[in-house]
Design a protein around this ligand. Structure first.
Ligand code: KG4
Ligand code: ZN
Length: 337
């Protein structure tokens, strides 16, 4: 089945053409970073307005890249939630219009379901597996027993890991989005230079907390002043990143122990982080388990990742009715809303 997938949950307008939920023929992402960076974060109304301008452009580009006329598309996949409601409604309304106009089946997919199934675009991954979803809005551990079967094992009690990266970058005047900028700086710094706290690291659960870490960095900067040299800035970035990575790896280790699972997927924008990739590689070697990362183009927000679940649901006749609405807050273990 040839599907057209659409994503507009936050600040990327994306369209993809995917064959059989596996073969990516086009994966177009239009980023709004330039628009939001001067505000230091995503402005929801601006995001929605920019999606309206960009969505038909990315769809046309995806069809052209895949060298596929719209008449050959057999199903429409779209992010239904979670995300910014105005932003989600643009993709969902466009998807409905295409479905009606072309008489095609439509399916609304959970954004995080897209992220954690993204590795299946590139390779086989046997179920069950553990998934760590780390993005701007999520830091969750899931047990994945199959497409559509997810159990939440742990979650952040406050900020998401990506949000923490973005807030620290903003505090340091680095710009938005901050994750990739901190990652680059951290590569030049000493991760042991500053001993930032690792909140709830030793609590016997699979939850996370990042807001205390953010406060610790803010207090450090207030006390010591802003880093005066490039070396000091790099040390601060490296020390902060090391604290985040240690927490993510430690809780993942605990989850692997608790569940006995032998495979793990790390997905979402923060899965691009080089410190996290190194830490998880060490964990995989230590525990003799397989830890899988999507390719970078499938880590951050994109539409191709949605087609894995989308294709599966459409092939199983699980279409969404045209009455479906967008869902801003949507736990992954409550897919049947
Ligand atoms: O999955 P994503 O593109 O969007 C959401 O669903 O939120 O994730 C975006 C998040 C942002 O917070 C961004 O700063 C973070 O992923 N991010 C990174 C890196 N690249 C993106 N964080 C740390 N290191 C990176 N290299
Ligand atoms: Zn995302």
């Amino acid at each position: 089945m040839l599907t057209l997938a659409l994503e507009s949950s936050c600040d990327e307008t994306a369209a993809a053409i995917v064959k059989d939920g596996r073969e990516v023929m086009a994966n177009i992402v239009a980023s709004q970073i330039d628009i939001h960076s001067r505000f230091g974060g995503v402005v929801p109304e601006l995001a929605a307005r920019k999606h309206v301008e960009a969505i038909n452009v990315v769809v046309a580009e995806a069809l052209a890249t895949a060298n596929t006329p719209l008449s050959e598309i057999e199903g429409i996949v779209v992010t239904r939630g979670p995300g910014l409601i105005g932003a989600l409604l643009v993709g969902l309304s466009f998807a409905k219009a295409l479905a009606i106009g072309r008489q095609l089946p439509l399916v609304g997919v959970h954004h995080i379901e897209g992220h954690i199934l993204a590795p299946l675009l590139e390779r086989r991954v046997e179920f069950p597996f553990l998934a760590l979803a780390v993005s701007g809005g999520h830091t969750h551990l899931y047990r994945v027993d199959g497409i559509g079967h997810y159990q939440i094992l742990g979650r952040t009690l406050d900020d998401a890991a990506g949000e923490a990266f973005d807030k620290i970058a903003k505090l340091l005047g680095l710009g938005y989005p901050g994750g990739v900028l901190i990652d680059q700086l951290a590569a030049q710094g000493n991760p042991a230079a500053i001993d930032f706290p690792r909140p709830i690291l030793h609590r016997d659960n699979l939850d996370f907390s990042f807001s205390g870490m953010k406060t610790a960095v803010r207090n450090y900067v207030e006390k010591q002043g802003m880093p005066a040299t490039d070396d000091q800035l790099a040390d601060l970035a490296a020390s902060f990143q090391a604290a985040v990575v240690e927490v993510l790896c430690h809780k993942s280790r605990r989850a692997l122990h608790k569940t006995g699972l032998q495979r793990m997927v790390v997905a979402g924008g923060v899965a691009c982080n080089s410190g996290l990739r190194d830490g998880m590689r060490q964990l995989a070697a230590e525990l003799q388990v397989e830890i899988i990362f999507p390719a970078p183009q499938f880590c951050g927000d994109n539409a191709a990742m949605l087609a894995v679940a989308g294709d599966y649901y459409l092939e199983n006749g699980q279409h969404s009715p045209l009455e479906i609405n967008a869902v801003a807050n949507w736990p992954l273990d409550r897919l049947n809303l």
